[in-house]
Design a protein around this ligand. Structure first.
Ligand code: SF4
Length: 307
């Protein structure tokens, strides 16, 4: 199957990209593995005519908006995202109507329709930078992740209106789990994704105790920190798929997931067989209607340019 995938990729001028949460076999056949921002940048710069997007639906939509001339294939159209589903377009329109002068900042985990109604799009790595770039006197509507919103609000030290959405994987991570693992591995470093429910308590604890070994990082920054840290034991609070890349880059280290069951069933729907099938059939394709894509593009471009 892998040989066939390589042949088809070459024959069709195709590229395979995979999110850090994909299953190891899929990460291993990808030309590029990264987080949402990295994958968006890759989509914008690649010369390939076909992109097999091993991730979830909103990511493939973002790639299609950035390069409408390319064929964006999502090997399983059912690969969705509970966080992106936590707000729909009518709810956003209603929220905007109640706050007509507010600036809308949407996390990248949203549908194309939601992005089209937003002023800015952001990822976990630049959400703080984007909020800080907005005039202090402006009201902000931040959506859909309440834990990332709370993190940004605290770090930026300004009040923002936060939508009460969550990702079912990150929302299940508790501070208790971190506390127990730290007792077991006292010399460890803790890397926490700001989408995690354990974030506020961990932040309170780390600030109160001046604990410099607890870090709040985007997925890509977690990988950089995990591999560059002098500590052998690294506690990882995000989807467990990320540990595959960490282990490849730093095989001598001990990566400890805060919860071994923290896996995203949507991310795991993509398999090597489905990638092969997508390349053979050049389907299923994800396309965003041009009028929605045109409106969403500006918010996505701001996300990429702020970096
Ligand atoms: S881990 Fe959560 S935020 Fe990421 S794709 Fe899965 S449901 Fe969505």
């Amino acid at each position: 199957m892998i040989n066939k995938i390589h042949e088809l990729k070459k024959a069709k001028n195709a590229i395979i990209v995979a999110h850090n949460y994909q299953i190891p076999e899929v990460q291993d056949i990808a030309d590029f593995v990264g987080d949402s921002l990295g994958l968006s940048k890759k989509a914008a710069e690649t010369k390939a005519e076909i992109m097999v997007f091993c991730g979830v639906h909103f990511m493939a939509e973002t790639a299609s908006i950035l390069c409408p001339e390319k064929k964006i294939l999502l090997p399983d159209l059912d690969a969705g995202c509970s966080l992106a589903e936590s707000i729909n377009i009518n709810q956003l329109k209603e929220w905007k109507k109640k706050n007509p002068n507010a600036v809308v900042v949407s996390y990248v985990n949203t549908s194309a329709e939601i992005k089209a109604e937003s002023d800015y799009c952001c990822t976990s790595s630049n959400a703080l930078k984007i909020v800080e770039s907005i005039d202090k006197n402006k009201e902000i509507l931040f959506l859909p992740d309440m834990f990332l919103g709370a993190y940004v609000q605290k770090k930026a030290n300004r009040k923002i209106n936060i939508w009460p959405g969550e990702c079912h994987v990150h929302a299940a991570m508790t501070y208790e789990e971190i506390k127990n693992l730290r007792e077991e591995f006292p010399d460890s470093e803790v890397l926490i994704h700001p989408e995690c429910a354990c974030g506020s308590q961990a932040m309170y604890y780390s600030e109160k105790n001046k604990d410099k070994d607890i870090h709040f990082l985007s997925t890509e920054a977690m990988i950089t920190k995990a591999t560059s840290s002098a500590n052998k034991n690294i506690i990882v609070a995000t989807e467990t798929g990320i540990i595959h890349k960490m282990k490849k880059l730093a095989p001598h280290k001990n990566f400890i997931p805060i919860n071994k069951g923290a896996t995203c069933k949507y991310m795991k729907m993509i398999t090597v067989e489905k990638v092969l099938h997508a390349l053979e059939k050049e389907a299923p394709e994800v396309r965003v209607p041009p009028e929605i894509a045109a409106k969403a593009k500006s918010a996505i471009h701001k996300m990429i340019s702020i970096g």
